[in-house]
Design a binder for this molecule. Sequence first.
Ligand code: GCU
Length: 655
Amino acid sequence: MDMLYDCWLAYGKDDSMKWTEKYLSRLCVLCSGRVISSAVKELEAAFGRLTGNIPERISQPLSEGCFILRINDSLGAGGYDISVSDESITVMGGDENGVLYGVFRFLILASGGYPPESLSITEKPCFPLRMIDQWDNADGTVERGYSGASIFFEKGRPVSDMKRLTDYARLLSSVGINAICINNVNVHRTETFFITEGLLPDIAKIAGIFADYGIKLYLSVNFAAPMEIDGLSTADPLDERVKSRWKCTADNIYRHIPEFGGFLVKADSENRPGPHTYGRDHAEGANMLAAALKPFGGNVIWRCFVYNCHVDWRDRTTDRAKAAYDNFKPLDGKFADNVYLQIKNGPMDFQIREAVSPLFGAMPDTNCLCEFQITQEYTGQQIDLCYLVPMWKECLDFDTYHGGEGSLVSRNILGAAGVSNVGSDRCWTGDPLAGANLYGYGRLVFDPALSAEKIAMEWVRAAITADEETAEVICKMLVSSRDIYESYTSPLGVGWMVTPHYHYGVDVDGYEYSPWGTYHYSDRNGMGADRTKATGTGYTAQYAPHNEEMYENVSACPEELLLFFHHLPYTYMLSSGKTLIQHIYDSHFEGAEKAEELLMRWRSLKERVPEEYYREAELRFEKQIENSRQWRDVINTYYYRKSGIDDIRGRKIFR
Ligand code: GCU
């Protein structure tokens, strides 16, 4: 048993699953298909782990203990029902994927020590599309990857060893993921050729592995591929030669990969090519690709992360936060029905706290997806503990008020895409505790009504220990970790202040005079970005009236987002009775203290968690403390020097 590698599929890590042996010894499989075969393999593997034997296959259910798999269409795509009785356990799925999800759910909960009586459950996915985006490059590097090398590519080609990918497909399907884009949205030269004859056979092998687990494979494509691959002089989406090149490409891809999902496209963003070069809009660009994929049932996923990354910081009229809405809102209703717009959860870029993107709910006639970043680019890089499910949940639960009260983001999207945090590290995620984010992403987008605590608990019990008391401590650490990280970095929604490009560690003015549009505008009197209509950039007007008023009005604005929407004096009084500057000092002192407490709490578990987990995480908690101290001291000194205002509690601020 290798607990780090097994993640949350560590069947038999203790004796919690002993009671299931009676059922697992006989399998009665009343359905068939490639995904069902994977479900059966999983049950066999679990039973093998527990007893060293292979279950007997029977054709009729028996009364003395057996495990039954069947399909019942009425449960819907991906839905399942698990029922546990004295005689048998039946997993019914609405389709093959549903059966697989039900089997995994059963095994995960049983291995986490949840009692048999709690395992009779019925669930169905909230969204049809539940996707993972790899930011993996052909050379084996991973953009914003903190977990080792790519598990998909090495030396310019797809890998040939499928073992790791099969285990990845198992992990993903075990939490209901049904789509994966395997290469970086920034498509460089080599990856541009993934859609050509030389590389498609290898990509097809990977697609086959994922198809066995009910996961469709997508590729990120280069909008300028007709120029780079075929030598055309243009990539204009309305040019007949361009259209015909993409049609041939689609035709060829589907010949190799009949179950191909489609294309993911980052166009006209951060210097990537796109339709704007030819005076065309995003709908014209996306629809051209969509037409090529349509005959085969493929989709185009088009990213809305489009903004000007060459702004002049002197220009106070441009606001990067406004860009996605400005670019896409006017195009509502113009996209083909197999185009999905992928919108980042916030309008900037995966900061620890941002407002929810105003695009959600604002495009009722367009298919939309929400993009989350599981990899912790700005949120601690899998060194600092930061369980992100609470943040994603806030986004999905956010009421857009478009079309009246109760118009939650989760009701305005057809799915989600999460940027993967996985690499070649033994534990997959660098920090083994970051496994909670991968697991949590899958669970949350399967059922956004789940609480962040419940998800964390499931993960801890399956991956680390079924001992409730220990699990409780770890769960609390996870659930508090986002607030801790936020408090010693850049609280109140101000964001950024990170080391440019690298994005770990503090550099308050690192981006302040840069072309990236990410400013905090701190001066001797105050700080924060004024995004109001009254005196600022007018970003607040992109929300439905109810939210616009809330954000526009400083006293109604949620405090955790104050500096995202307002530029305020250091002496501004918060509802806590503290001034803004005092809050900043307190937050950084307390955040750094809490980072130390995390390590102490972890140390208190030394004898109670598997040694491998213990060591890997301890090392990171130690680094987190250093990071939090650096943030604390740099931020406090910076604002003391700007404002000249003392900490009323007289703590150590370096002057
Ligand atoms: C961030 C990130 C980039 C990434 C980009 C994107 O800016 O730093 O590495 O390419 O997001 O989402 O496209």
